[in-house]
Design a protein around this ligand. Structure first.
Ligand code: SF4
Length: 360
C-alpha cells in the first residue's frame, strides 16, 4: 500500500541556515580537502587543497559595531575581488576570501582606504579584541566595553598590523564581572566594590526564585517587608559579581562612583602545550575613565612591553609568567602586589565553574 502523502511543510525559517550554501566556490569545491596553509604576510593567509588549488584570506580588524553604510562598502569590495564572499570571525575580524593572488594588494588598498580598517591580526600579532556589547545591547553593562576596545586598539594599531610578539596575543574586555569576554592572555574586566542595593519597591516584577538560584555563592535569600515578598543579601558572602543584577534590575550593583576596572592575565583556551589555563589578577582599581581610558591603555602596554622583551619564542603570556614567576611579573610590569591578589574567599561551593573552556 502506498504511503499516505504527508502535508507539505512550509520553508524552514528557524535555526542556523546551511553554511555550505554560503561558502566561497573554491571552499565548496575543496571542502574537507585542505592540506596546508601559510602566512604570506601579516593579515594574509594561503590555504592549499589536495588538488593544488589555493584560496587566500585577507583579514581586517572591524570595530564590531557597524553601520549599514559600512557593511554595504564591505560587500562592494567583496563583490569586486572575492566573488561576493566574506565572513566574520568571533573576534570581529572581517575576512575577505579570494582566489586570484594578484588581487591581494588591490584588495588591501581598498580595505585600508575605503573602510579605514587595518589588515593584520594573524600569527604573532595582537588579535582584534574580543568584547561584549556594552551599552549598545547588554542588559547589565557597567562600562562601555566597545569604548575601551576602541581606545586600546588605537593604541595597539601597529601591533595588529605587524607580527612582533613571541606568540599570538589575545585580548578581551568585559563590561561586567560575569565576563563574557572569556579567558584571554590579557583581559580588562569591570569590577564592583560592594553588594547590590535592593530596590524593594520594584523587585516584585522579578522572578524571585530565579534571582535566588542565580547567585553562585548562595548569598541571596527570600525576605518579606510589609507582608510583600522581597529578597535580602548576606553581605559577607557576596563577592560582588553582579549576576543577580542580570536576572533582576532591582538588584542594583552598578555604581559610577566606585566601579573600577581590573586587568587579568594568563588565560588560554587552546589545548596546545600546557593546555587551557585560567586568568589571574594582575592589577585592579583602574578608573573607568572614558573617552580614552588612559590608565587601562597604559597598564596593558606595560604588560605587552615586558612580555615582548622577556618571553621566549612561542610562549603565550601565561606560559611566560609561569616560567619567570609572579614576583618577576610584578617587578617587570611595575604593578603592586597586594593582599587582594590572594584568593582566600571561603564561601565558594564545589560546583564553581573552573574550566577555561566553559566560557567560550
Ligand atoms: Fe550573589 Fe553575585 Fe548578587 Fe552578590 S552580586 S548577591 S554574589 S549574585
Amino acid at each position: 500500500m502506498a504511503a499516505p502523502e504527508l502535508p507539505k511543510m512550509g520553508p524552514r525559517d528557524v535555526g542556523a541556515p546551511d553554511h555550505k550554501k554560503m561558502l566561497h566556490p573554491a571552499m565548496a569545491r575543496n571542502y574537507g580537502r585542505w592540506i596546508d596553509h601559510s602566512v604570506i604576510k601579516p593579515g594574509v593567509l594561503e590555504h592549499i587543497a589536495e588538488g593544488g588549488e589555493s584560496i587566500y584570506t585577507v583579514r581586517a580588524g572591524s570595530p564590531r559595531t557597524l553601520s549599514v553604510d559600512k557593511v554595504r562598502q564591505m560587500c562592494e569590495i567583496a563583490d569586486r575581488y572575492c566573488e561576493g564572499h566574506l565572513r566574520f570571525t568571533t573576534r570581529n575580524n572581517v575576512e575577505f576570501l579570494l582566489t586570484n593572488e594578484a588581487d591581494i594588494d588591490p584588495l588591501i588598498a581598498a580595505v585600508e582606504s575605503q573602510l579605514g580598517f587595518p589588515v593584520g591580526g594573524t600569527g604573532n600579532a595582537i588579535g582584534n579584541i574580543l568584547h561584549t556589547q556594552g551599552w549598545l545591547h547588554c542588559n547589565l553593562p557597567n562600562t562601555d566595553a566597545s569604548g575601551t576596545v576602541k581606545a586600546l586598539m588605537d593604541a595597539l594599531f601597529d601591533e595588529f598590523k605587524h607580527e612582533t610578539f613571541p606568540q599570538r596575543v589575545k585580548l578581551s574586555t568585559s563590561c561586567c564581572q560575569i565576563n563574557c569576554g572569556a579567558h584571554n592572555d590579557i583581559a580588562v574586566i569591570l569590577q564592583h566594590h560592594h553588594p547590590p542595593k535592593i530596590h524593594h519597591e520594584t523587585i516584585q516584577t522579578c522572578e524571585l526564585p530565579k534571582v535566588v538560584a542565580i547567585c553562585p555563592v548562595a548569598a541571596i535569600r527570600p525576605d518579606k517587608i510589609d507582608s510583600k515578598d522581597t529578597l535580602e543579601v548576606v553581605e559577607e558572602k557576596c563577592m560582588y559579581c553582579g549576576a543577580c543584577h542580570g536576572q533582576c534590575p532591582s538588584m542594583e550593583i552598578r555604581d559610577p562612583d566606585t566601579d573600577t576596572l581590573a586587568i587579568w592575565v594568563g588565560g588560554k583556551s587552546s589545548s596546545t602545550r600546557g593546555g587551557p589555563s585560567l586568568m589571574k589578577l594582575a592589577t585592579f582599581g583602574l578608573p573607568n575613565n572614558p573617552p580614552r581610558w588612559p590608565e587601562v591603555t597604559g597598564a596593558v602596554r606595560s604588560i605587552l612591553d615586558a612580555y615582548r622583551q622577556g618571553a621566549r619564542p612561542y610562549e603565550r603570556v601565561g606560559e611566560w609568567i609561569d616560567r619567570i614567576g609572579w614576583k618577576n611579573f610584578f617587578r617587570l610590569t611595575g604593578f603592586t602586589f597586594t593582599k587582594y591578589h590572594i584568593d582566600n574567599y571561603r564561601f565558594a561551593r564545589t560546583t564553581f565553574n573552573s574550566s577555561a573552556q566553559a566560557r567560550r
